[in-house]
Write a protein that binds this ligand. Structure first.
Ligand code: F6R
Length: 613
């Protein structure tokens, strides 16, 4: 969950590390630290509880100078956020430093063993066993690369580690075990960068190597030497061709605001070159293996976590309605332990913006073991999920920095729609005309997303009226039900308001007891087969003096008589309507959170990528 950065080169390392941490702060932000191997030969560690700004104020007083260093922004797992628990952690000599992402599951045993051997610990973290373990291995006369390769085998759990030692100047060693988030090596001109995520690398280089599970790497000067489980391997850098500008805030106040605003473009980019309207065909890259496996598929199981799960829940309708395949959706953290009877006849479709979410990867690995064909929807090239799956449909959003997902959610739904159309096409279950009918509304979709975004000031007005309420209910039916779930999740995440998303039919089975004048209900009531059912639910809320904020299809004036407020979204096909309906709910959360004085880009307790269970 944490952000990791490293640098070796000719420039002053500390400013590069700080800039990298600024770009990675969305990964975790409860404490932060750097270590620099100073030109004088000593290791300087500066760290602090709190956000990056607390570290920069320490640095202003004493700025370490040296040409290599490592930095970390933390999301606490073991040991509360504090100065002592912030990374980097050192060995007993203070000449070896480690930063780490993951959980050392056997840290108690290791710590007891190391303490018995005379090691003194300074923190409550699981991470601190790693520098002491390295110190032990180095006593045997091994070098840092060997020491890390050996130590990582002793650590239970999943890990991403960076280390350097004053006794090996010019060297940083990194390792990856399991799915604790990525470690990517960036090749500069005369310098090397290491980071957990692309936003910290892209301003410097696009030539990258993504470490594989079991890899360790020694970086010295411009060279990187790789091993996998101790055996030398070649890893060729690949050019990723991503736009660093899209990771900057530009003229927007917040990343969340920017990322909501760029959704028309994001949807267009996800469709570009894939939905071939003239030919009534979908063209997706690198699908040979998927097409080979598709004929054996009899059903689809979609999975993901959080917002990505909500996208997957919408995708379920696409596979059923477009490809005619029975489809289910399961939370990945449940699926991984459920022992579901799945096999080569079940197509597993996972959704993960980062491609590094631990539960989603575990569910994918479980599916792999059972021989399921797999395709993943992902935003990060080279991520773990893209390697596990037989095929990937990338969402092409550029980095998403706001911790609450917005643009990648819309793009994931769009990609799922394309994938369902593609599957129908390749299975031959739709003729050209019918497929053309599914594709046609996509052509106007980016424009309609743009139009939906223009209602922002109306939504801001409603947010200003209700931002002090402590509970919200989101109701919807059918394909809009996941949108209600997502609306509630977004509000919880960024404004800390309690919110629940329910299928409206369920309301009478309990939630109706909550309805009174203090409980705003956001009802998604677009023009579709279930609109009249939703209207009845709205009547039931009003009969109990509830406040109703309704989402309606443009032109549906009837709702104005029933609801306290109506937010209109343009008409599109019922299958694509969730994309449009999601936008006002994102904007509502954003404005409510701002009025409540919350940090919309870095909400408390959250991290962008959840790499621990
Ligand atoms: C919510 C949010 C999270 C993520 C979830 C899965 O705004 O961002 O719920 O959707 O942690 O992350 P990915 O998509 O990276 O697997």
């Amino acid at each position: 969950m944490c952000g990791i950065i490293g640098y070796v080169g000719e420039q002053d390392a500390a400013p590069i590390l700080i800039d990298g941490l600024r770009r990675l702060e969305y990964r975790g932000y409860d404490s932060v630290g750097i270590a620099v191997l100073e030109d004088s030969g000593g290791i300087a560690v500066r760290k602090s509880e709190g956000r990056l700004v607390s570290l920069t104020s320490i640095l202003e007083e004493s700025w370490p100078h040296g040409r290599q260093g490592i930095g970390h922004t933390r999301w606490a797992t073991h040991g509360r956020p504090s100065d002592a628990n912030a990374h980097p952690h050192t060995d007993c000599t203070g000449t070896l430093v480690v930063i780490h992402n993951g959980i050392v599951e056997n840290h108690r045993d290791l710590r007891a063993r190391l303490e018995a051997a005379g090691h003194a610990f300074n923190s409550d973290t699981d991470t601190e066993v790693i520098p002491h373990l390295l110190e032990e291995h180095l006593k045997d006369g091994t070098d840092l690369h060997d020491a890390l390769a050996q130590a990582i085998e002793e650590l239970a759990g999943a890990h991403a580690i960076l280390t350097m030692s004053a006794s090996e100047p010019g060297v940083i060693v990194a390792g990856r075990k399991g799915n604790a988030g990525g470690v990517t090596i960036g090749y500069g001109e005369d310098e090397m960068f290491i980071a957990s995520d692309l936003p910290a690398l892209l301003p410097h280089t696009q030539r990258l190597v993504f470490l594989e599970d079991g890899d360790t790497v020694l970086i010295r000067g411009r060279e990187a030497t790789y091993r996998n489980h101790g055996v030398a391997v070649e890893r060729e850098p690949q050019e990723v061709g991503l736009d660093p500008v899209s990771a900057a805030k530009g003229n927007f106040k917040h990343f969340m605001q920017k990322e909501i605003a760029e959704q028309a473009e994001v949807v267009l980019d996800t469709l570009r070159g894939r939905a071939l309207f003239g030919e009534s065909r979908v063209d997706l890259d690198d699908m040979a293996r998927f097409c080979e496996l598709l004929p054996q598929v009899r059903r689809v199981l979609l999975t993901g976590m959080g917002t990505s799960l909500h996208a997957a829940m919408i995708g379920r309708h696409y596979f059923e309605q477009i490809a005619g395949l029975p489809a289910e959706c399961d939370n990945a953290s449940e699926m991984r332990y459920r022992g579901a009877p799945i096999g080569p006849e079940t197509l597993v479709v996972s959704v993960s913006q980062s491609g590094e979410t631990v539960d989603t990867l575990a569910a994918m690995n479980e599916a792999k073991e059972r021989g399921c064909p797999q395709v993943t929807i992902c935003n990060v090239p080279g991520s773990q999920s893209s390697r596990v799956a037989d095929a990937v449909v990338y969402t092409r959003c550029g980095p998403e920095i706001g911790v609450a997902s917005t643009k990648t959610y819309l793009a994931s739904i769009t990609a799922l729609y394309l994938l369902a159309c593609y599957s129908a096409q390749e299975l031959g279950v739709v003729d050209r005309e019918r497929l053309g009918g599914f594709l046609e509304p996509l052509a106007r979709l980016p424009k309609l997303v743009g139009e939906t975004l223009t209602h922002d000031s109306i939504i801001e007005g409603i947010a200003n009226e209700y931002y002090q309420h402590e509970n919200f209910l989101f109701l919807a039916r059918g394909i809009q039900y996941p949108v209600a779930m997502e609306g509630a999740l977004k509000l919880k995440e960024v404004s800390y308001i309690h919110a629940e998303g329910y299928p409206a039919g369920e309301m009478k089975h309990g939630p109706i007891a909550l309805i009174d004048r203090d409980m705003p209900v956001i009802a998604i009531c677009l023009r579709d087969a279930l609109r009249d059912k939703m209207m009845s639910n709205i009547e039931q809320v009003k009969a109990r003096e509830g406040i109703v904020i309704a989402l309606a299809t443009e032109g549906d004036r009837e709702l104005e008589e029933k609801a306290d407020h109506v937010i209109y979204v343009p008409e599109t096909s019922p299958l694509l309507a969730p994309i449009l309906a999601s936008i006002p709910l994102q904007a509502f959360s954003y404005h409510v959170a701002l009025r409540r004085g919350c940090d919309v880009d870095q909400p408390r307790n959250l991290a962008k990528t959840v790499t621990v269970e």
